[in-house]
Structures are given as C-alpha cells and as structure tokens.
Ligand binder design. Structure first.
Ligand code: NAD
Length: 261
C-alpha cells in the first residue's frame, strides 16, 4: 500500500501520537505537513529527519490550533506548497484536570478550542479540495473519553464526545464522495500529555514513577500496557488504504480493553 502522491496534514505532530502518525504516513509514502509547538531547532531536526528517513517532502506550519484564522492558513499553506490536502489528521490536543466546580473557565475555553473547534475548522477548510479530487481521508484523534467519562476531565470529555459527533456528521455528509471520516479512540498512550498526569499522581500519593504508571494503567486499561504512537500510526495508514474505503463514521478504539468494561 502506498500513499505516494498524497499529502497529509497532521496537527499537533511535533510530539506524541501526532508524530507517530506523521512517521507512519511518511513511511507509507505520503508527503507530510507537520504542525505544533516546540523549539524551532528541534522541530527543524524532526522535519528534516522525516524527509531523509522516508524520501518524502515534509513541511512545517506553526498554526496555533486555538485560532481559526491560523487553521485556515495551515490548510492554505499545504494546498499552495504541496498541491493539496488529501489526508487530514486532526490530532492536536491538550488536557486539564480539575473537578467541575474548580475548573477554570479559561481552561474550559482552551480545551474546547483546541480539542473540538479546531477539528471543525480544519475540516471546514480542507473538505472542498478533497471532494474536488474525489478522494480524501479525515482522521480525528478522539479518545476513549469520546465514549466514556472519567472524573475531573469535564472539558476533555465534552470535547472528545463532540469530536465523535463531528466524525459521524461529516461521514454522512461525505458518503459516496470518495472521502471518509473516522475517529480513533486511544486509551492511555505514554506521551508528554500523559506524563504530566503520571507526575501529578506520583506527587500526590508519594509514589515512585514506575508505581504511578502501574496505578494509572491498572485503574482503567486491562492490558496493563500503554498503546504506542506507532500502533496508532499504523491504524491511520490502514484508514488511508483502499481496504478502508467503506469505513466511515466509525469510532475505532485502541485502548487495551478500557471501554470493554
Ligand atoms: P502531546 O502533548 O504529546 O502532543 C500534543 C501535540 O499538540 C504537540 O505537538 C503540541 O505541540 C500540539 N499542540 C498543543 N496545543 C496546540 C495548539 N494550540 N496549536 C497547535 N498545536 C498544539 O499529546 P498526545 O498525547 O500525543 O495527544 C495527541 C492527541 O491524542 C490529543 O488530541 C489527545 O487528546 C489524544 N489522546 C491522547 C491520549 C494519551 O493517552 N496520550 C489518549 C487518547 C487521546
């Protein structure tokens, strides 16, 4: 299977799951546009490394996904510089953990903007080009929290349930056009976003890191192991394949059994 001649935009791909997906898509031959925050030198190293490892074109755009005008610029940059946006992976996301009555309204606004509204804005700008070509793949990185809730994550759970709703709606609106829209719902993946929660657990209970990790997994993820960015990347590659042409509107869990309970 090859994604040669296809252009993939992966939001939030300077780290974690987004980077794993960008690597997997580049490995399948796609040209890739990276996006996200971080040290400019480190990002340039990532960009050049991906291009060299896989012999594909790799660009970077620093759109802040909480800002609709910058999302429009990101899609415009990819279309102008790379020719099209064939695969859009809406992955950028943040977390904030607090009980609802203590949840700062600014944190609510930020989580909703980046984890939910950015998904709408990205699709809004990219879809016309996909429809015109009669081929497109939209992959939204939701979460197990798009299907079930956990305490102290009100904005994240609301946003991810919203992402599942966007996914189903866009799947219906694009059915029969050659464009598919699916959501991937990961359980725990060991990324900087989760490391912060492990550090907080270790600090609050006075646990060594290894025990905090085991406790975090034990509470929710029956496999007792983290999902990896590479495994999620391979699922994204599958969703881009011809075999997945009739998969649309799906919410695909990769969660070590979390939501089977
Ligand atoms: P991460 O913190 O490693 O990566 C987040 C990426 O998003 C980074 O590249 C960061 O620079 C970028 N980003 C953050 N705010 C941004 C903004 N305003 N504009 C542009 N880029 C921004 O986190 P991750 O764990 O890889 O999370 C990626 C996605 O996967 C998120 O949507 C998250 O909700 C989801 N997810 C993560 C897990 C997990 O266990 N790690 C589980 C389920 C779902």
């Amino acid at each position: 299977m090859t994604l040669k001649q296809k252009v993939a935009v992966v939001t939030g791909s300077t780290s974690g799951i987004g980077l794993g997906i960008a690597r997997a898509l580049a490995g399948a031959g796609a040209d890739v546009v990276l996006n996200g925050f971080g040290d400019a030198g480190a990002i340039e190293e990532l960009r050049a490394g991906l291009a060299k490892d896989f012999g594909v074109r790799v660009g970077f755009h620093n759109a802040d996904m909480s800002k609709p005008a910058e999302i429009a610029d990101l899609i415009g940059y990819a279309t102008r510089e790379f020719g099209s946006v064939d695969v859009l992976v809406n992955n950028a996301g943040i977390q904030h953990v607090a009980p609802v009555e203590e949840f700062a309204p600014e944190r609510w606004d930020a989580v909703i903007a980046i984890n939910l509204s950015a998904v709408f804005h990205g699709i809004h700008h990219a879809l016309a080009g996909m429809k015109q070509k009669g081929w497109g793949r939209i992959i939204n990185i939701a979460s197990v929290h798009g299907q079930v809730a956990s305490v102290n994550k009100v904005a994240y759970v609301a946003a991810k349930h919203g992402v599942v709703g966007i996914t189903k709606t866009v799947a219906l609106e694009t059915a029969g056009t050659g464009v598919t829209c699916n959501a991937i719902c990961p359980g725990w993946v060991l990324t900087p976003l989760v490391q912060k929660q492990i550090d907080a657990l270790a600090a609050s209970k006075g646990l060594p890191e290894v025990q905090a990790k085991a406790e975090l997994l034990g509470a929710k993820q029956p496999s007792g192991e983290f999902v990896t960015p590479d495994q999620l990347g391979q699922l994204a590659v599958f969703l881009c394949s011809d075999a997945a042409a009739q998969m649309t509107g799906a919410n695909l869990t990769m969660d070590g059994g979390w939501t089977a309970q």
